[in-house]
Design a protein around this ligand. Sequence first.
Ligand SMILES: [Zn+2]
Length: 231
Amino acid sequence: MFYYYDPTFLLVIIGLLISGAASAYVNSTFNKFDKIRSAKNVTGTAAAQFILSDSGITDVVVQPISGRMTDNYNAQNKTLNLSESTANSPSVAAIGVAAHECGHAVQDQVDYLPMRIRHAIVPIANIGSTISIPLILIGVLISWNQTLINIGIFAFSLALLFQLVTLPVEFDASRRAVKILAAGDLLTPEEVPMVKKVLFAAALTYVAAALSTFLQLLRLVILFGGNRRND
Ligand SMILES: [Zn+2]
């Protein structure tokens, strides 16, 4: 494999390590606080339904989905999807995750600008990440066509842009969740800091993903960015 004599492959490995560490951290944090039953004993589903109605959101359906940590809010069909580990669990972690997804529903309700921007760039980011590597490879094969290679690198950077725009959306959803939970209807004051830890660990995975994509972009720039044809 050509990786053996490509030192920039180290950047990819660093990215994988960062992502792996973030994912291990969110898993262990979630597991820790998933074992703590909330004093008020409400499930993720009940918490989500309470928060939505308390926020005056009546057009969003809370439903269970399969998988673990697959929780998401879908703005297109107005569904708040809670994974099995969240939906039926009365743990502090489950309530935190459910409240975070409600945070996204509230963002949608108030037309939170970063969420709109994120939504708008999804298609171009998808196209960008699909065509970038093929474009770079074709550019290299066609006697190092730098224009084609640069377009490929630019396309890849759109994927990074998407991940960067995701960050404020995720942090804001958690901020809204903590604020709602701190009101005291669903959690005791002692439980709020636990939720903060779970949501902080979850946010780190998005930072790690963006960092990892940045390192991959850096690698592409180092390998193909300049006109390096010297044969
Ligand atoms: Zn989120």
